[in-house]
Design a binder for this molecule. Structure first.
Ligand SMILES: *Cc1c(COP(=O)(O)O)cnc(C)c1O
Length: 405
């Protein structure tokens, strides 16, 4: 086949012609990436301030993770769980040592891990708590994001996520985010779990009122309701702690992780909990062909090691503060609020700013990649390997755009 020099536009046309249109990406066609930098097919370079929705916390193509991937790919990639492999046991052990949770259950995508946690909670409700069969209720929050399966979009409050996809799974109850009293009121004898994001990511980087998670946790304990933290986006260092729930000094019964668990090199997710809760699964109850495969497990093991050995959690804490200060120094007429924790930062624009998308497009032209979330919020969540000078580089450009009319 002839190799013809292609422009960005050629790729975009191909994609529009042959792909389903369930996304509206920025028109940048990325060819390669390294650390915080990505390069398009025309040779332009950009600082990535999205980090694949926090899946590449360790930086793009981290050499250690890529090495682990290559080495494992040449040995064995998939055994299915019909047989055992020599990587998964160590992933289990290392996850437990790192997080303090007794056991875990591996899946692939975040949504699958959320589904797994919900299944565990329901089964725990029937087998351990003693809820009457098929009566289990799970409480979720307005403005949540937990993935795109039919069950999960069923408890979304985002009209577009649900439109045309019903009927939905029953057994979910929605309450306002950040309101502990609403949780207390919503609990009944049939409530088995409360599912919550410590900071709502897709919802617009919404940081709940101080002490909210602690209050909600105490309410759950009092009522024998499982507290499930969806840390798929906030976890693994993003907010300046290993888990965002640590800011509230709590210990959720169930923690869901994904995204950065593989440093962006492979889909790997997991549910962390104790033996009483995950122990409700017996052989045959639940599974996944790829879940726990040796390639994913080897990659996840190295990704966790990179996170701790390179002090990325601390870097997120320290440079997150620096990043936020820099953003606050930009005195833009368009900005309503800058908020976040660690390197998980949202800039909410005023309604008059006419949407975040146009700012993201302008950043892109200057070499900074961001994506709007919820019309008027720009999320800044670069790989956690980012350096001060790189933040300065980005902020100079971001400032130019935010200060323009
Ligand atoms: C991304 C995300 C998910 C879903 O993960 P997928 O891998 O896209 O299925 C679930 N919960 C939260 C909080 C997320 O950010």
């Amino acid at each position: 086949m002839l190799t013809i020099e292609k422009t960005m536009q050629d790729y975009i046309e191909l994609e529009e012609k042959f792909g389903a249109h369930n996304y509206h990406p920025l028109d940048v066609v990325i060819e390669r990436a390294e650390g915080v930098w990505v390069y398009d097919v025309e040779g332009n370079k950009y600082l990535d301030c999205l980090a694949a929705y926090s899946a590449v916390n360790q930086g793009h193509c981290h050499p250690r993770i890529v090495k682990a991937l290559k080495e494992q790919a040449e040995k064995v990639t998939l055994t299915s769980r019909a047989f055992r492999n020599n990587q998964l046991p160590f992933l289990y052990k290392e996850l437990s040592e790192l997080t303090g949770y007794q056991i875990s259950l591996p899946m692939n995508s975040g949504a699958e891990a959320v589904e797994t946690a919900l299944k565990a909670a329901r089964k725990w409700g029937y087998k351990i708590k003693g809820v009457e069969n098929d009566k289990a209720e799970i409480i979720t929050c307005e403005n949540n994001f937990a993935g795109r399966t039919i069950t999960i979009v069923g408890f979304s409050t985002e009209a577009q996520y649900k439109d045309g996809f019903g009927p939905f799974t029953p057994g979910f109850k929605s309450i306002p985010y950040g309101n502990a009293e609403a949780l207390e009121k919503a609990i009944t004898k049939n409530t088995v779990a409360f599912l919550v994001e410590p900071i709502q990511g897709e919802g617009g980087v919404i940081v709940p009122p101080e002490g909210y998670l602690k209050k909600a946790y105490d309410i759950c304990k009092k009522n024998n309701v499982l507290f499930i933290a969806d840390e798929i986006q906030t976890g693994l260092g993003r907010t300046g702690k290993l888990f965002a729930f640590e800011y509230d000094g709590i210990r959720p019964d169930v923690v869901i992780i994904g995204k950065a668990l593989s440093g962006g090199c492979y889909p790997v997710s997991a549910v962390l909990s104790n033996k009483e809760i995950l122990g409700v699964f017996k052989p045959g109850d639940h599974g996944s062909t790829f879940g726990g495969n040796p390639l994913g497990a080897a990659i996840a093991r190295e990704s966790l090691k990179v996170l701790t050995e390179e002090n990325l959690v601390e870097n997120s804490y320290n440079l997150g503060k620096y990043f936020m200060e820099k953003l606050k120094q930009i005195k833009s007429q368009h900005v309503k609020e800058v908020r976040g924790k660690g390197l998980f930062i949202g800039v909410e624009l005023k309604p008059e700013a006419k949407g975040a998308r146009r700012f993201c497009e302008a950043f892109m032209k200057k070499g900074v990649l961001c994506k709007e979330t919820h019309e008027n919020v720009i999320r800044f969540a670069p790989p956690l390997v980012i350096k001060k000078e790189e933040i300065d580089w980005a902020m100079e450009r971001v400032g130019e755009v935010l200060n323009a009319p």
